[in-house]
Design a binder for this molecule. Structure first.
Ligand SMILES: *[C@@H]1O[C@H](CO)[C@@H](O)[C@H](O)[C@H]1NC(C)=O
Length: 333
């Protein structure tokens, strides 16, 4: 099992900034709990994440600019952010926004000074990008990749534009090799009434993927290896027009051989691009009490709901982290 590389680094960062807020609940009851708690080197990362009052006090959240410090800056909070370049390095960095599963992200630049003549550049990405791989993968996003990435530079050029992501993940990538130059922005989390692709923001919280009757493929992605547990299943199963789908069929396998092929594909990959997924299983059926577990030993675990549009599909899953991996993640920082 390869557990190095950018995604794994990302998981460790997510854990440290407290994005996976259920982490302690998972580890609770484990004798390693104390150990786990002590290993988090909080002072190394943005302190804002540890301050509950900061999250709850609306006024402070919205009036104070949070400085973007780390090159890979992950935030699960909306609010105002400021970045000012300290160096002439042309390293590309990013502000990674991660909202709740049923939210999307709106970004407005308040000030913007990114000189093109110094090779400054901003790109706003509808999704997360890491090592050239994007989530959601091109095949699962309603827009072609080109339309999901806006690149620009200049003075005040970004200020009049508003960007809204299609899912709960978005990134601002920036390269500003000129000290003193930079930008401020305001990020709001908006309600997403029909979420499709979702990047998990907490550890082992059940999530329900739905197609809302649409012909669409939606992927739920978790950035750790884990055991996929199916809690409820109502996907596909050939029916004659008008017949009801109330009868339980149990959890069926090999659903890619049935028609019209509505199914849940469980798999894993080493990067964010879930089109490169190694399929572990493919299931469908009506099962209100499934007894289904499947271990996915890749850095990224994905559950993909494939819908023809002929059914109202839904599947509720929970991905339990392989415990030792997460503890190792903290120990090896
Ligand atoms: C969903 O995925 C299936 C299998 O990968 C593909 O055949 C189908 O065209 C996809 N549907 C949409 C709407 O992209």
């Amino acid at each position: 099992m390869s557990l190095n590389g950018p995604v794994y680094r990302l998981v460790r960062l997510l854990l440290l900034v407290g994005v996976f807020n259920a982490a302690s609940a998972v580890i609770k009851g484990n004798t390693d709990h104390q150990h786990y708690q002590q290993q988090v080197p909080g002072e190394h990362f943005s302190k804002d994440f540890y301050r509950q009052d900061f999250k709850n006090g609306l006024s402070s959240t919205y009036t104070r600019f949070k400085p973007v410090t780390d090159c890979m800056f992950i935030t699960a909070d909306p609010g105002s952010f400021i970045y000012s370049s300290k160096t002439d390095s042309d390293e590309v960095c990013g502000i990674y926004f991660l909202a709740g599963p049923d939210q999307k992200i709106e970004i407005n630049f308040l000030t913007f000074d990114v000189p093109c003549e110094h090779r400054g550049l901003i790109s706003v990405v509808d999704g997360w990008e890491l090592n050239g791989e994007v989530f959601p993968s091109e095949m699962d996003h309603r827009l072609p990749l080109k339309q999901r990435i806006s690149e620009f530079c200049g003075k005040n050029i970004g200020v009049k534009r508003s960007f809204t992501s299609s899912q709960n993940a978005a990134v601002i990538r920036y390269r500003i090799p000129k000290p003193g130059k930079g930008f401020t922005l305001f990020a709001r989390f908006l309600k997403n009434p029909r979420p499709c692709n979702v990047l998990a923001a907490s550890l082992s919280e059940p999530y329900t993927l739905r197609n809302y009757g649409r012909r669409v493929n939606c992927t739920y992605v978790v950035l750790y290896p884990g055991t996929v547990q199916v809690i409820a299943l109502g996907v596909g199963v050939s029916n004659f027009l008008g017949s009801s789908r109330t009868a339980e069929t149990g959890t069926l396998r090999k659903c890619d051989e049935t028609s019209p092929q509505d199914r849940v594909v469980i798999g894993g990959s080493d990067g964010l691009d879930t089109s490169e997924v190694r399929v572990v299983d493919s299931i469908c059926g009506i099962d209100s009490k499934p007894d289904y577990h499947e271990v996915v030993k890749y850095g990224v675990t994905s559950v993909r709901l494939i819908s023809s549009g002929f059914f109202e599909n839904s599947v509720t899953v929970e991905v339990l982290p392989l415990k030792n991996e997460l503890l190792d993640a903290n120990l090896s920082i």
